[in-house]
Design a protein around this ligand. Structure first.
Ligand SMILES: *Cc1c(COP(=O)(O)O)cnc(C)c1O
Length: 395
């Protein structure tokens, strides 16, 4: 079994490029050139230079002694929280803007939900001196005002979207509309392993630096280049795809994904797309989608703004269907408990998204010698208001 994308842009039955005619030339240009550009030695050198000196890579692989003691395994944290802008999203934003420049693009657009991808994109646009328009649901603009301020300070134009539920799905629709109107000069930086081919594969490759580093760091720590378990949270699936990438076809490594269960998968307040979704097409690709009987998108819910997307990357839909990855839904309360636990046991305040992955530790049966690598996708600064309002009984 091979879990990478095939030559037609599919992962099993998932993926593809379902796009309006007007975008065909653009997506086709991207499809035929992304691998050539990404493999060009001068591109690799340029990207690696920024990854090292600007993002701060490699991110450390930290042996968490107290967590290991508690859960009865050797637990390592891959510290994506220490990257510039506080999460893994910068890896992809940086890669895509450098690629867009080589394609001759002069304008960048992006969608954002919680604002993390918007901030990462606005950051690299400031760095590269390129105009940046970020589409964001009006409700999210109100909920995430600090990130809106950051994007504006970085020079981006934030456009509040008032259609639909005024959240991420609607912002994505609006970004696609902008791209249709400006197909020649504009590159759309999609923030996760979603969208039409080649985006899911391109984003996974830009994030694959995470597992490339894990291989080297495992060798140093354990004398072998693979762990027994890899754990990551999944919204659209980019941090998980990056952490898994070089182990996708290595069945010695068990892959575990945490979805946002919200108030529970048996309620309608959930974002567990793989567990609850049905096959459908969203934003240009075939995947699992949260939808009603008649195909209306169901607004997902999670306490974590970065995990409440109604779709999921096709690579993950396929791995779940084939049994390659174990997918667990983690509810709000479990994630909150895990966030406070990591903070008190290791002195690291995680992002709420990453806390979903941490909550998996308590759901697994490890053997004492098992080596576990958990991708700590981001830091918790942005979630402090939520943590403060849920601190009672947890401190
Ligand atoms: C956006 C975000 C996620 C979810 O996105 P993926 O594409 O699934 O990785 C997870 N963690 C953090 C910290 C994020 O900002």
């Amino acid at each position: 079994m091979n879990y990478n994308v095939n030559e037609n842009g599919f992962y099993g039955r998932f993926g593809g490029a379902y796009i309006p005619e007007i975008l065909y030339a653009n997506v086709e240009k991207l499809r035929t050139s992304y691998l050539t550009i990404m493999n060009d030695p001068s591109f690799v050198e340029e990207l690696n230079g920024y990854m090292r000196d600007y993002v701060g890579r490699p991110s450390p692989l930290y042996y968490a002694a107290r967590l290991s003691e508690k859960y009865g395994a050797k637990i390592y944290l891959k510290r994506e929280d220490l990257n510039h802008t506080g999460a893994h999203k910068i890896n992809n934003a940086l890669g895509q803007i450098l690629l867009a420049r080589r394609l001759g693009k002069t304008r960048i657009i992006a969608e954002t939900g919680a604002g993390q991808h918007g901030v990462a994109t606005a950051t690299v646009c400031a760095l590269m001196d390129m105009p940046c328009v970020v589409y964001m649901g009006k409700l999210d603009v109100q909920r995430q005002s600090l990130n809106v301020r950051k994007m504006e300070m970085l020079g981006a134009t934030v456009v509040p979207v008032t259609s639909g539920n005024m959240t991420l799905k609607d912002a994505t629709n609006e970004a696609i509309r902008d791209w249709c109107s400006n197909p020649h000069d504009t590159h759309y930086i999609i923030g996760s392993t979603v969208g039409p081919h080649p985006y899911p594969d391109m984003v996974a490759r830009f994030q694959s630096v995470i597992s490339e580093e894990i291989k080297v760091q495992m060798m140093t720590h354990e004398g072998r280049d693979y762990p027994d378990y890899l754990i990551a949270c999944v919204g659209g699936g980019s941090n998980a795809a990056g952490a898994f990438y070089h182990y996708l076809n290595d069945e010695r490594v068990k892959l575990v994904e945490a979805e946002a269960g919200g108030l529970g998968v048996d309620t309608d307040q959930t974002a567990a797309t793989i567990v609850c979704g049905r096959e459908g097409i969203l934003h240009g690709c075939r995947s699992l989608v949260m939808q009603s009987e008649d195909g209306q998108i169901i607004e997902p819910y999670s306490i974590s703004a970065g995990l409440d997307y109604p779709g999921v990357g096709p690579i993950h839909a396929n791995m779940a269907k084939e049994g390659r990855a174990l997918v667990l839904a983690v509810n709000d309360e479990e994630a909150l408990d895990a966030a406070f636990e990591l903070t008190r046991m290791e002195g690291i305040i995680p992002a709420l998204e990453s806390a979903h992955a941490l909550a998996v530790l308590g759901k697994m049966k490890f053997k004492k010698d098992d080596v576990v690598v958990l991708n700590l996708s981001g830091r918790g600064d942005k979630d402090m208001d939520t943590y403060i309002s849920h601190a009672e009984g947890r401190m």
